[in-house]
Design a protein around this ligand. Sequence first.
Ligand SMILES: [Zn+2]
Ligand SMILES: [Zn+2]
Length: 285
Amino acid sequence: MVKARADLHLHSSHSDGVYPPERLVEMAIDLGLGGIALTDHDTIVGNEELLSASAGLDIQCIPGVEISTDYEGFELHLLGYYVPENDEILEKRLVAFRGDRHSRFPKMVQKLRDMGFDIKDSDVREVLETAASPGRPHLARILIDMGVVDTIDEAFEKYLAEGKPAYVRRARPDISDGIRLLREVGAVPVLAHPLYYTGGNLRELLHILKDMGLIGVEVVYNYDRDTTLEDNIREVQRAASGLGLIETGGTDFHGDNTHNDLGSMTVPIEVIDRLREAADVVSRS
Ligand SMILES: [Zn+2]
Ligand SMILES: [Zn+2]
């Protein structure tokens, strides 16, 4: 029998993904995955749907979140595993983070309009009303529908990426606050896609974050660059060696072509047990 695998980094339509949580569960089961984690940006509203859709089915689903944080001017993403479904502290803090996304989105729209693109009010309203966490991929999809660009990548390269004309910087919480917040609610903080960090030595960063309470690091991740998955895994494992961090991984699946296909980057199902145990320890402390 083939050992079950888990994809621990998925986005739903509650943040900037395409599919609702129940559809993700169906797709994961069709692919034969043993487990998935929902890690929407700065929102946990999809987790209830995830858990009810998977109840009684042969798949383990982790309620999670992905928080954008700041470390000395660099943007680092924190995955939080086993966030509580309904937690007031977490909800309030995430709403505050999202509030910035809601005010940032119209600013980016205005920049595009100033450049001459006739973005419809109804399209903007639809995103702001339906997405808990409006982001640049939403804007990219509007530009594709308008025929301005052909792909999401092209929209980022020309207009939406940091330093491009429609980019608006977002205020981010400090990573130490993100780690503390996750631990406070009994969730396991894990550094996402660590090789995107360009601010210095990764090993030093992991040491510092571990001292702040980091519990895991995303080792299996496919970066948009000229290295193989094996190279990436080795590089992160070398930086993390001896620190005792749980090694996670996933596709960062969004449902469009910006990231990897669901189930194409996975870790052994036992990683879920380690995360569950860590969550129990955090909850008790
Ligand atoms: Zn991320
Ligand atoms: Zn992500």
